[in-house]
Design a protein around this ligand. Structure first.
Ligand SMILES: Cc1cc2nc3c(=O)[nH]c(=O)nc-3n(C[C@H](O)[C@H](O)[C@H](O)COP(=O)(O)OP(=O)(O)OC[C@H]3O[C@@H](n4cnc5c(N)ncnc54)[C@H](O)[C@@H]3O)c2cc1C
Length: 497
């Protein structure tokens, strides 16, 4: 009698075609990890559907055979969300469901498939004078499916909001293999009834498979400038961030880059960021009129003056602005200049706590004798401490784990959340009970069990495994933006449900 997996291979090759079922070791190997170095699970096979109906067929067949399955976009996730549930798990890759289906400039929306790469939408929108706001630094690779699942943020989310704020309606293959539109609307109005759309965005692939959506697109501001401001300390740069927001400037982007990152970025991109500074702020302001832009730049200058910037450069040419953002988005890659690997975290803290929390994070890294670099969405309070390590040095990896453990506790203690954009996945599920009450976690578990009672849909992610306690634990696996809005909690968005 063939095993359930053997039956699945046979049926999938018949139904999807042999070229859409990857079974050999060399074909499976690239799907063993996402961008988090610490986690790995080799999947049993990868299937590549080309239509929503094929996704539906795969879910139905996995249910019949009792096989667990996990959606995968580009695998740029940083919390292990797209890893197979076990070595008998099936990966459903959305790489072939990757079309931009429609742009409707009049209604201000576009219809995209899950496998479309984020940046491709903006390339197509440019000729209409429009843009899609959520722009993760990984946007040239990551997909809409991964963005919906992780509620992705990005540099321009400080002003414009994150993925959930721009997703109008979603087409979803439920764990019971039904094809359901949350609301077939192309308007920004919330649907009537319970808000399934906001429940699904951020559900990390645990409540079914997201195949298509209408997303919100906006008129692109005609006047843009980026102020590059250098400070003598992380503290003064952090205080300047709060002052900018308090002045009511609402920058389109507000990013902080520390001294080590400045060195790496200059070496990699030759972008000439000021090397004498301990921290650099990149603040983008945008407007539809030159006078408004001039006013915003003046207000920016006045807001930061009390913190005595060492220098201020105002970039207005599209070339220089593109160069600065390319460097910021490539900052993570530039760490290759100083370390073979790093562990990146993404807690969100109240902006008012930026200076003291950064100081404490750096002290933790020093205590564990680790090199740390910081580049992050300061306007959102969404930190990205990068702890450098050598993957062959297990003692150092252990120190990275202990330091990250302390950093997570610290960020929750100052009133923050575990994750602004990378998700909980396998990586942080052991910490969720630090942030959320037992009643909150029980409600999320009840929602997961109600929506996916089969327990096959990316089932071991997000929520703590029963009986697990975070103390001393790092991961249970193998081995938001704040703006003017309240902090988004980690986990399922039960408050929106
Ligand atoms: C260099 C770098 C920079 C980054 N910068 C940012 C940043 O600025 N902002 C940010 O938010 N993130 C950032 N990330 C993290 C990552 O790029 C995002 O989480 C992104 O949204 C993941 O998209 P993906 O297509 O790679 O998804 P994957 O990694 O393949 O999957 C991520 C999760 O989404 C689920 N999923 C994927 N497709 C579907 C689907 N169709 N239906 C249901 N579930 C699905 C998977 O099961 C998994 O749980 C960065 C990562 C890297 C490596």
């Amino acid at each position: 009698m063939p095993t359930p997996l053997e039956q699945f291979f046979h049926l999938a090759e018949q139904s999807l075609g042999k070229q859409s079922v990857l079974r050999s070791l060399p074909e499976r190997f690239p799907y063993e990890r996402d961008a988090n170095f610490m986690l790995a699970t080799l999947p049993a096979c990868i299937v590549l559907p080309q239509t929503t109906q094929q996704v539906q067929w795969i879910v139905k067949t996995c249910n019949q055979l009792g096989l667990s399955y996990t959606a995968r976009g580009a695998g740029t996730g940083l919390s292990g969300g797209s890893l197979a549930v076990s070595e008998a798990g099936v990966i459903i890759s959305f790489a072939k469901l990757n079309q931009l289906l429609e742009i409707n400039p009049e209604a201000g929306c576009a219809k995209v498939q899950a496998g479309l790469v984020n940046a491709k939408l903006n390339l197509a929108l440019a000729e209409h004078g429009l843009f899609y706001a959520p722009d993760p630094s990984s946007q040239s690779a990551c997909t809409f499916g991964g963005n919906w699942a992780e509620n992705a943020g990005g540099i321009h989310c400080a002003k414009y909001g994150v993925t959930t704020d721009h997703t109008l309606s979603l087409c979803w293959v439920t764990p019971q293999a039904e094809i359901v539109w949350t609301n077939a609307h192309q308007t920004p109005f919330a649907p009537n009834g319970l808000n399934l759309r906001q429940l699904l965005v951020g559900s990390e692939g645990t409540l079914g498979l997201l195949c298509e959506a209408w997303v919100n697109v906006l008129p692109k501001p005609t006047h843009v400038a980026v102020a590059l401001m250098a400070f003598s300390s992380l503290e003064s740069a952090s205080q300047a961030v709060s002052a900018i927001i308090q002045a009511g400037i609402n920058p389109a982007a507000l990013e902080l880059i520390d001294a080590l990152t400045v060195q790496c970025v200059n070496k990699a991109f030759g972008v000439g960021l000021p090397t004498s500074a301990q921290a650099v702020l990149l603040a983008e302001v945008d407007a539809f009129q030159a006078s408004e832009l001039a006013y915003l730049l003046q207000a920016l200058q006045s807001a930061v003056e009390p913190f005595v910037p060492l220098s201020v450069e105002t970039a207005t040419s599209p070339e220089r602005i593109a160069q600065l953002w390319k460097a910021r988005k490539g900052a993570v890659a530039s760490y290759g200049n100083i370390s073979p690997a790093f562990y990146v975290m993404d807690p969100v803290i109240p902006r008012s706590k930026l200076a003291e929390t950064l100081t404490e994070i750096n002290a933790i890294a020093n205590r564990y004798n680790l090199v740390i670099a910081n580049v992050f969405h300061a306007g959102d309070g969404n930190l990205h401490p990068h702890l450098m390590f050598d993957p062959t040095d297990f003692e150092q990896i252990d120190r990275v784990k202990q330091a990250s453990h302390e950093i997570m506790h610290l960020c929750v203690k100052v009133g923050g959340t575990l994750s602004g954009e990378h998700g909980i996945g396998l990586e942080k599920q052991g910490y969720l009970s630090d942030e959320l009450s037992p009643a909150s976690i029980a409600m999320m578990r009840a929602i997961q069990q109600a929506v996916a009672p089969e327990g096959l849909c990316n089932a071991n992610k997000i929520l703590p495994l029963k009986g697990f306690c975070s103390e001393g634990g790092h991961s249970q696996g193998h081995h938001h933006p704040t703006g003017g809005r309240p902090l988004s909690p980690s986990g399922l968005a039960s408050a929106d449900f």
